[in-house]
Design a protein around this ligand. Sequence first.
Ligand code: XIL
Length: 318
Amino acid sequence: MLNTIAKANANKLYFGSATDNSELSDTAYVAILKNNAEFGQITPANSMKWDATEPSNGVFSFTNGDQIASFAKANGQLLRGHNLAWYQQLPSWVNSVPTAQVGSVLTTHVTTVVKHYAGQVYAWDVVNGMSIYNPHDGSWRSFVFFNALGQNYVSMALTAARAADPAAKLYINDYNIETAGAKATAMLNLVKALQAAKVPIDGIGMESHLIVGEVPAASAFISNFEQFTALGIEVAVTELDIRMTLPATPALLAQQKTDYQNVVAACKAVAKCVGVTIWDYTDKYSWVPSTFSGQGEACPWDANLVRKPAYDGIAAGF
Ligand code: XIL
């Protein structure tokens, strides 16, 4: 079972999965998710995001997030908090906040949500995917927080999160930083700048939404992950899925197995890569088909909750 296999490595804390509230009424799905020999960690795919937790200014709603947190606790699973500052799933009211008030809106949100879950969360994705950098070139994204506060919004969010829960690991989580490139370099430079300014930063989340047949050898991930861990921070693979153009074939499923194995083996090889989370464990609930037209079958369990070759690839990778 994957979490058991992961934790047999001295420095791995978990193998985990994303999940969502609507999925928790599916008893067959839950039977697998709650088995902490398989999943030692869960991440709410949606219910701790801004649109869920603060749908209007100053009005907080924790019901769905609490359901995921309680599930983790009941099943002896670590919880990753996801996420606090993101340019997506941001309710429209945030875009209408007068510029002079954006800073207090951001810090109030971070403080309130992190305090609510203090003691329950292993790590928070404080700033999330593409909110800092555009995917390919490392330039800063223009959106409400950056426009009002400049690059300082990252420090403000991290500082508020640390104050609200000193025990939670604070991450920046992003994609297209899994292997070397302009965006990974920009992220490395940001971490160095934050550290120089004594802003708290504990880890970088490597989202890892990857494509079958385009996943490089483990060495490409390892050398990049080590650039980050050399700065004294941890890394985690936070949202792994490896999609293919449908229909699936035996050859694609075999390639997918190899691809999963390479990513997991990279995390295994890097002492400060603490764990791997898949972005839901089954094709039944994957975000991929509705987001990437014509693509799917990205998860290690199929839509009938049957293990695919990718499952064995993960086990072999650890
Ligand atoms: C996705 C969820 O899985 C979907 O249910 C939702 O409709 C959109 O967001 N990167 C992230 C995640 O950091 O929050 C995204 O999750 C997937 C991409």
